[in-house]
Design a protein around this ligand. Structure first.
Ligand code: HMG
Ligand code: MG
Length: 310
């Protein structure tokens, strides 16, 4: 990509959207986080200017007990106008709970790997799609937008390499079912820039690029480079997690999503506008990291906060 041309062409486009994953993808991996701390995090993120926050997950509490209080979290947050508070819903039961808690939108999650699908949601890819059909119908009846995740787009913890044709196939199915955006998950963060770009190109032949999002975990430290390698293809929606919180309970060893602060810093450096106050975002990440007694996983936050700009 020619960065100078890219920056000039995009100078007047304020349309980069960050979907904050910390309260869900981040905290689903942390044991015993008080409900009040989750609420404080979500409110601090909204205060920093984040417009889309994945705030919980209506999955089986036996599978992921960390998310068992999602109903309370969603019901108790002070909501800001214009902010989307979303939740994961694997089936109709999850959607019903999300509707009760007034989630602004929900997300279904499938995979491009059969083994991961089986371990994560206890069914094959085909069975998951069957399960999603009544969920999509119910969501439509309630006018609730549905986002779709595809996991393992750059590799699987159980199967290794995943064919991009399979990623594109599953993405197209979820898009045609009515998902308004398809978030492409490098669940275990193994991708590298050229692979990421090839994968996104293949998906964009089946799903319009402006309906795709990148959800890259940062296990191997490649997520930022992978996003940069994909930017000029036209993707403008990115998932990230404040302070790099998280992992995936069904992908052992995977680390959290790319840190939101690191992504925002790079996007701003490229002249792309996010509407996010980076210092406030860094403080939100620091607060939850302290609460969890965890080292802040954002390099940018660590630099900003120690140079006392905050
Ligand atoms: P199952 O055991 O096959 O489901 O699990 P079931 O329908 O047979 O139900 C079993 C029990 O769960 C029943 O309760 C149900 O009522 C209950 P029991 O009779 O035993 O007391 N149940 C539920 N409870 C609450 N909410 C629900 C729900 N559904 C059933 N929605 C199921 C199937 C999908 C439920 C299970 O496998 C599950 O919850 N999996 C979730 C796993 C998960 O949350 N993984 C992490 C999120 S995905 C991720 O992180 C990847 C992503 O970030 C993208 C990326 O990085 O690639 C999105
Ligand atoms: Mg994830």
């Amino acid at each position: 990509m020619h960065l100078e041309t890219f920056a000039t062409e995009n100078a007047s486009r304020p349309d980069v959207s960050l979907f904050e994953m910390g309260p869900r993808d981040g905290l689903q991996n942390e044991i015993a986080v008080p409900t009040a701390a989750k609420i404080a995090l979500i409110e601090a993120l909204a205060d920093a200017g984040i417009k889309r926050i994945e705030s919980g997950s209506f999955v089986s509490p036996k599978w992921v007990p960390q998310m068992a209080d999602s109903g309370e979290v969603l019901s108790m947050i002070n909501r800001r106008e214009g902010v989307v508070y979303s939740a994961l819903t694997p089936n109709v039961k999850g959607l019903e709970l999300a509707l009760d808690a007034k989630a602004s939108e929900v997300a279904i999650f499938g995979a491009a790997s059969q083994s991961f699908s089986q371990r994560n949601i206890n069914c094959s890819i085909e069975e998951s799609i069957e399960r999603f059909i009544p969920l999509m119908e119910l969501a439509k009846a309630h006018n609730v937008p549905v986002r779709g995740y595809v996991s393992c787009v750059l590799g699987c913890p159980y199967e290794g390499e995943i064919a991009v044709s399979e990623v594109a196939r599953v993405s197209e199915i979820l898009y045609k079912m009515g998902c308004y955006e398809i978030s492409l998950g490098d669940t275990i963060g193994v991708g590298t820039p050229l692979k990421a770009r090839k994968m996104l190109k293949a998906v964009s032949e089946r799903v319009p690029i402006e309906k795709t999002a990148l959800h890259f975990h940062d296990t191997y430290g490649q997520a930022l480079a992978n996003i940069l390698a994909c930017l000029d293809l036209g993707v403008r929606s990115f998932d990230a997690s404040v302070a790099g919180l998280g992992g995936c309970p069904y992908a052992k060893g995977a680390s959290g999503n790319l840190a939101s602060e690191d992504l925002v810093y790079m996007l701003h450096g490229l002249g792309l506008k996010t509407g996010i106050d980076l210092i406030k975002l860094a403080r939100a990440g620091e607060q939850i990291s302290n609460q969890l007694k965890r080292i802040n996983g954002s390099k940018v936050a660590n630099a900003l906060l120690t140079t006392d700009v905050a």
